[in-house]
Design a protein around this ligand. Structure first.
Ligand code: GLN
Length: 472
């Protein structure tokens, strides 16, 4: 089978074929390495391709030869976002300040994937410290959309999504603070899951905004995303917000889906609007009940998210002072050292957010901004609580438009932030959401819808996601 392109298979299919002896993990990995060689020069999805990927695969093949019982992820080649620590490998968050930083331990999710036998292909490009929605904020050049290289792949997990959408990884991990798994998955034609806050341990993920961050899978299919989620979830004593989210509830065959008509009516690209209507029709004909819902506080979600995230990320990034990690540039005195190091190490978007975060937390302004945002966040949570008494899931488009041109929004941060309108409420509410492909534009750009469910109900999301895959 050597030399054959194996990169079209899903995790489930590849696992079955390896189990049946049709090809080895080494051959599967070599197939992906060949694809990376062919496409990564253009896409820039990977910041680094690991030179020992084939050796990792051989270890799995040996285990299989010895008759060891292996799970679905054994020998599956995955890509990892560059803000998730893998012991003894570089991890830079696509920032100059951490360009040569080497991780001293494995993130919890990496421990789990290693136990499952995953082959790590490399680390993927992203917006610096996950701040952005296009991967143009990387210190190492933008990633390009595999469906149209003149366009962005979305962000901040743009490298992971472009790798999966472009066939250079079978699946990937991303992180999502305000949409960074779901938006790029949608732009690249992949499935992306933002788990319930606390369902997946954050240990070993570089913190952006700790009350919003979650790690999750980007995959080709809903089934593959579910396999990865079930592997990386679970109780970790070292993340105090983590809980054991395993639930064994029944998902009804016919679900009640809430459509927030007013919330989704503003600023939609016409092609997204018509795709969204068609998706609603499909769900109706599949027997689900659609009901109109109101989410009155969601109009404040973007403002609430950006104040909260600025505040938390400016605090989290205080540790990059030139003394503890990474780059160090000397100034006149201690304050000068900080200023020179942070000025040289951080890119413009990171500096903007640190400055704004410090501002909204400073004495005199914290009441006006930070605490007000905390109050609004409670209202948004209350909207979810009320609505999930009535419906099983909420549906919206994932993003207001398809992937846009590289350079189109980079000079206008507000236009960039508006792209996050449908994804940020989910992180503020701590609820899970799944982005699923729902069709393409006439030019072949992927479109997607997002399902949101109540805490711990990823099972509802997977059920609906699988149906969309067959309907659209
Ligand atoms: N695009 C959003 C932002 O710029 C989301 C980022 C994220 O989820 N990491 O903040």
């Amino acid at each position: 089978m050597a030399g054959k392109d194996l990169t079209t298979l899903t995790i489930k299919q590849a696992a079955a074929k390896m189990q049946a002896g049709e090809f080895t993990a080494q051959e599967l990995t070599e197939s992906y390495l060949a694809k990376i060689k062919e496409r990564n020069g253009e896409l820039n999805a990977y910041l680094e391709v690991f030179t020992d990927a084939v050796d990792q695969a051989k270890v799995i093949d040996d285990k299989r030869k010895k008759g060891e019982q292996l799970g679905d992820l054994a020998g599956i080649p995955m890509a990892i976002k560059d803000n998730i620590l893998i012991k003894d490998r570089k991890c830079s968050s696509a920032s100059k300040i951490l360009e040569n930083y080497v991780a001293s331990y494995d993130a919890y999710v990496i421990e789990r994937l290693k136990q499952a036998g995953v082959v790590f292909l490399g680390r993927t490009n992203m917006d610096e410290f996950a701040m952005g929605g296009s991967t143009e904020n990387s210190a190492f050049g933008p990633t390009r959309n595999p469906h149209d290289p003149t366009r962005v792949p979305g962000g901040s997990s743009g490298g992971s999504a472009a790798a999966v959408g472009g066939g250079t990884a079978l699946a990937a991990l991303g992180s999502d603070t305000g949409g960074s798994i779901r938006e790029p998955a949608s732009f690249c034609g992949a499935v992306g899951l933002k788990p319930t806050y606390g369902a997946v341990s954050r240990r070993g993920a570089m913190a952006m905004a700790s009350s919003l961050d979650q790690i999750g899978p980007i995959a080709k299919t809903v089934e593959d995303a579910e396999i990865i989620f079930n592997t990386i979830r679970g109780k970790d004593e070292l993340d105090a917000t983590n809980f054991d989210s395993e639930n064994k509830l029944d998902v009804k065959a016919k679900l009640k889906i809430g459509v927030p008509r007013e919330f989704v009516s503003n600023g939609l690209d016409p092609v997204v609007a018509s795709n969204f209507s068609a998706t609603l029709e499909n769900l109706k004909s599949a027997g689900h009940e659609l009901v109109d819902i109101e989410l009155p506080s969601f109009k404040y979600a973007l403002a609430c998210y950006y104040v909260t995230m600025f505040a938390e990320s400016s605090t989290n990034l205080a540790r990059f002072d030139g003394l503890r990690y990474g780059v160090q540039v000397s100034g006149q005195d201690l304050l000068g050292d900080y200023e020179e190091t942070r000025g040289a190490g951080f890119g413009p978007e990171v500096r903007r957010r640190v400055i704004l975060g410090t501002y909204v937390l400073s004495a005199g302004y914290a009441d006006e901004y930070y605490y007000k945002a905390a109050g609004v966040r409670r209202l948004i949570k209350a909207d979810y609580t009320r609505v999930f008494k009535e419906v099983d899931a909420i549906i919206t488009p994932t993003a207001p438009g398809p992937a846009y041109k590289i350079g189109e929004k980079i000079g206008d941060p507000l236009a960039m932030y508006l792209e996050d309108i449908f994804t940020v409420p989910v992180n503020l509410g701590g609820v899970p959401a799944l982005a699923v492909p729902s069709g393409k534009t006439a030019e072949g750009l992927p479109l997607g819808v997002q399902f949101t469910a109540s805490h711990g109900r990823e099972d509802v999301l997977f059920t609906l996601g699988r149906q969309i895959e067959t309907l659209s």
